[in-house]
Design a protein around this ligand. Structure first.
Ligand code: NAD
Length: 260
């Protein structure tokens, strides 16, 4: 039990990577808050983990909405007595070439990834500083925090931005024992990626099989997708890490696609 009695808020935890991180934290003894735009999914996930509701809570939260973020974080504090871990994970993908990219879609993507990270961070830091027991803030970056791909301009921009935010949190948070890290996964077969396969096939004029083999997994060492478990184990490692030694660092979890 590496997170016994810790309180963790995971955004976008009704699905995919966030759900697996919340499940892993729950298994390790944490009280988990499943914060998601999809309230039904958040409630169902919390129930799935803990039907008694004592250690898992679903919270409706649009991470781009200041009032909803502050209210959701306040709910977490009043239900479980504080916040020790924030995983800012909620995200979407929109693919299009730059010369055709719709401005509204650009702004929407940046808002979810960057405004969402800022708003949840600010609310978590306020609580962590007040509590005086430190904390861990983890951002879901991507190989696209380090590398670019065509058709993904706002995503690559936002994911690079999260590395900068994490470094500032590491510097400002240190005096309060708050650490910050970024996890940078390769392709993980979640609904977010399932949606991209036909979209990219259409955009690039190739088959869906080729999108997987020749684009998504082309540069991995084993031709395999990164799994939600690969990412959740890394999120556990950072959340449970006992010192400031790794603060400000990002780690790529990509089956060798991108090596630093
Ligand atoms: P997913 O689509 O399975 O889950 C995303 C969750 O975020 C959903 O439950 C959705 O309801 C929620 N969400 C979307 N907009 C939201 C908002 N405004 N407020 C609150 N919640 C919102 O996706 P996933 O693949 O699990 O992605 C999770 C994170 O991992 C994202 O940040 C994504 O960019 C990142 N990531 C994914 C992959 C991958 O290959 N799947 C790779 C690298 C990074």
């Amino acid at each position: 039990m590496r997170l016994q009695d810790k309180v963790a808020v995971v955004t976008g935890a009704a699905s995919g990577i966030g759900k697996e991180i919340a499940a892993t934290y729950f298994r390790e003894g944490a009280k988990v808050v499943i914060a998601d735009l999809n309230q039904e999914g958040a409630d169902a996930t919390a129930k799935e983990f803990d039907p008694t509701g004592k250690r898992a809570l679903g919270v409706a939260m649009d991470v781009t909405d200041e009032a909803q973020v502050d209210a959701g974080m306040a709910k977490a504090v009043s239900a479980f007595g504080g916040i020790d871990i924030l995983v800012s994970n909620a995200g979407i993908q929109i693919v299009d070439p730059l010369d055709k990219f719709d401005f509204g879609k650009w702004k929407k993507l940046l808002a979810i990834h960057l405004d969402g990270a800022f708003l949840t961070t600010r609310a978590a830091l306020r609580e962590m500083y007040k509590q005086g027991r430190g904390g861990s803030i983890i951002y879901m970056g991507s190989v696209h925090s380090k590398e670019a791909s065509p058709l993904k301009a706002p995503y690559v921009t936002a994911k690079h931005g999260l590395i900068g935010l994490a470094k500032v949190v590491a510097k400002e948070g240190a005096a309060h024992g708050v650490r910050a890290n970024v996890i940078c996964p390769g392709f993980v077969r979640t609904p977010l990626v399932e949606k991209q396969i036909p979209e990219q096939a259409k955009e690039l004029g190739i088959s869906e099989e080729d999108v997987v083999k020749k684009i998504m997994l082309k540069n991995t060492v084993d031709g395999e997708f990164t799994t939600v478990q690969d990412v959740a184990e890394t999120a556990l490692f950072f959340a449970a890490f006992p010192s400031n030694a790794l603060t400000g660092q990002s780690v790529v979890v990509s089956h060798g696609w991108f090596m630093q």
